[in-house]
Design a protein. Structure first.
Length: 162
């Protein structure tokens, strides 16, 4: 039920955009499979992450596209990496604080990627993941956090639409 609310909240806020770099969920992460399917059904450009060494790459994705298990056991798309701008980047997290900083999985792939990307940064998860912690100097804040209870916008983004 929570994943359906996350899907609806995300599409209501950002569904009018045209390009999305979105993680391929696994384990207990907020499910992105329905979001990816909805975006593709609406003819949006969808990119999934692929890890290449210490770098996170955005790779164009379609429903028929082949994926391979990556270094962390996550399905990653094959094909040429994309290097242009993407409107919305959807980022996994373990926790997010009230200032929009997230705790990830500790490898820094998204922080490195986001430092050089011109994109709206959207964390995706569940309301129980909001907690207080101190961020590190290299952490990149999110513009928004989408969860089952709604959308939290941070100082970097006061808009109500993506």
């Amino acid at each position: 039920m929570a994943d359906i609310a996350v899907l609806e909240n995300f599409l209501n806020a950002y569904g009018e955009n045209e390009s999305f770099f979105i993680y391929n969920s696994f384990g207990t992460e907020a499910d992105t499979k329905a979001i990816i399917s909805a975006l593709l059904a609406a003819d949006k450009k969808v990119y999934l992450p692929r890890v290449d060494g210490n770098e996170l790459q955005a790779v164009p994705y379609s429903l028929n596209q082949k994926t391979l298990k990556g270094a962390f056991g996550i399905d990653e798309p094959t094909g040429q990496a994309y290097s242009g701008d993407i409107e919305i980047t959807v980022i996994p997290l373990l926790a997010i604080n009230t200032r929009g900083f997230r705790v990830g999985y500790g490898k820094g792939f998204y922080d490195k990627y986001l430092n050089n990307a011109h994109t709206k940064k959207v964390g995706l998860g569940y309301s129980f993941q909001i907690e207080e912690f101190s961020e590190d100097g290299w952490d990149v804040p999110m513009d928004a956090f989408v969860c089952e209870k709604g959308i939290y916008y941070y100082a970097t983004d006061k808009s109500t639409k993506g």
